[in-house]
Design a protein around this ligand. Structure first.
Ligand code: HAX
Length: 434
């Protein structure tokens, strides 16, 4: 058993005991109430699950195992001479519930490098799709095709006890995380670089190697990937990609199919696809106004046209957050440090000054502030990764860290199949008309 797995195994029984004690002492206590508006309103704010890896506060933003993004930028190990946290570190933190040492992070990196070989039939499945297939469709198909490698499927068929479920789930999660950068880079090079693929460099860290396979061998871009992969990794349990992964996994579906379900959810324009929509929207505005940096008035006019057409302004608003997303702020700080003169960054900054006022004036938008997706594209564009239809795949690679950690924990603690109840409008009417 590898050291990480051994360390994780030691954490399982105390976690089970803790849950048992909570359930036995407080199992019947009420932690929330459900309003009719929530039944019709996407279950917004309805406390309905436990997710250990991160917690979202509407005002403050995300905390991973209690740590904010600025704290993680300071406390998680960096690449030698780098300034951004290594995603291997946030994975360790989410899995173990404690900050990693430099050595812990090196071990995670080496562990993933050892597991990173993608079976050849996965590339064949990608190649069988038309070249203009959206990268998220290719990504989802490739993840599903990789299910042939599932240790959970093999062990379940052979027979195992419930207490053993976590072990092959852990193996699948680690293998998937290790292999996703290669799969994603393959899709990118196939779709946009004439099938000119780049072999992995196992000496690099997970994100550095990913940047290398994508074809971006410069130190600043690698740093950007480390930051990007860290901050997109988790956003508590109820968002579409995390919840879809968890829901499907709760039926004891293997991690490959569960994660593919999460990625299909991430591909929606109200969720992860918003990162491509932001760039499409910004470039559309630039085009319409004949280039240059649009004035605040011009941006305001463009926003009004977007809203009049019945569209949302991508990258703004959130179902939980009520302030500027700290993931937006972290990316803004990266831009201020590395690319303050970039034209598109200047537009993004000006958009930040204009959009909240316009959304507030609609009188219905609960959060007029920017989310993570409002900023990620402009950073990628700066380094030459301009094919924005690919951006959600990058998000997906990162999201694997959180959602797969969650299902490992779920199997370790004996999580049940999810089966919430539903009602009908007729029954609600009967109830209130009594
Ligand atoms: N532009 C225009 N209208 C918006 C809006 C925006 N950016 N954000 C919210 N609204 C509208 C809603 O469409 C809704 O309108 P209707 O009542 O006419 O249906 C109204 O304001 C109230 O919505 P809300 O309660 O403020 O927001 P929701 O919780 O329903 O939705 C969304 C949250 C993120 C889906 C929403 O803000 C949105 O569509 N934003 C733009 C797309 C986007 O950036 N998505 C990424 C979110 C972060 C994420 O998951 N990243 O992966």
């Amino acid at each position: 058993m590898d050291r990480l797995k051994e360390k994780f195994a030691a954490k399982i029984q105390p976690a089970i005991d803790e849950r048992r004690a909570l359930l036995s002492d407080h199992g019947d206590e009420v932690v929330g109430e459900i309003k009719v508006s929530q039944l019709y309103g996407g279950m917004r704010g309805m406390l309905s699950m436990v997710c250990e890896t991160s917690k979202l506060d509407p005002e403050e933003g995300i905390r991973f195992r209690g740590y904010s993004i600025p704290e993680l930028q300071e406390k998680l190990p960096h690449y030698p001479e780098g300034a951004e946290p290594l995603p291997e570190g946030i994975f360790y933190l989410m899995l173990m519930g404690e900050l990693p040492t430099e050595d812990d992070v090196r071990r995670v990196s080496n562990n993933w490098a050892r597991r990173a070989i993608v079976p050849p039939h996965v590339f064949k499945v990608i190649d069988a799709l038309p070249e203009n297939t959206h990268p998220m469709t290719q990504f989802s198909a490739a993840i599903t095709a990789m299910r042939t490698e599932s240790e959970f499927v093999k062990a379940y068929r052979k027979g195992m006890t419930k207490q053993e479920y976590w072990e092959p789930t852990y193996e699948d999660a680690m293998n998937l995380i290790a292999r996703l950068p290669r799969v994603a880079a393959y899709i990118y090079r196939r779709t946009y670089h004439n099938n000119d693929h780049i072999e992995p460099d196992p000496k690099l860290d997970w994100s550095g190697n990913f940047a290398h396979m994508l074809g971006f061998d410069n130190d600043e871009f690698r740093e950007l990937m480390r930051l990007y992969m860290t901050i997109h990794s988790d956003h508590e349990g109820g968002n579409v990609s995390a919840h879809a992964t968890h829901l499907v996994s709760s039926a004891l579906t293997d991690p490959y199919l569960s994660f593919a379900a999460g990625m299909n959810g991430l591909a929606g324009p109200l969720h992860g696809l918003a990162n491509q929509e932001v760039v499409r929207w910004l470039l559309g505005m630039k085009d319409e106004l004949g280039g240059g940096t649009p004035s605040k008035d011009q941006i305001a006019e463009y926003c009004k046209t977007t809203l009049k057409a019945g569209k949302v302004i991508p990258g703004f608003g959130h179902a939980v957050l009520r302030k500027t997303d700290p993931r937006y702020t972290a990316q803004r700080e990266f831009a201020q440090k590395h690319m303050p003169e970039n034209d598109l960054f200047k537009i993004v900054s000006r958009v930040y000054e204009v959009v909240p006022g316009i959304l507030t004036a609609t009188g219905k938008v609960k959060n007029p502030w920017p989310n993570v997706d409002a900023h990620s594209g402009v950073l990628l564009m700066n380094y030459g990764l301009v094919e924005y239809d690919f951006y959600t795949v990058l998000f997906g690679v990162s999201r694997a860290l959180g959602v797969l950690t969650n299902i490992v924990w779920d199997r370790a603690t004996g999580g049940p199949i999810e089966r919430p109840g539903s009602t009908t409008t007729e029954l609600l009417k009967e109830r209130f008309n009594k």
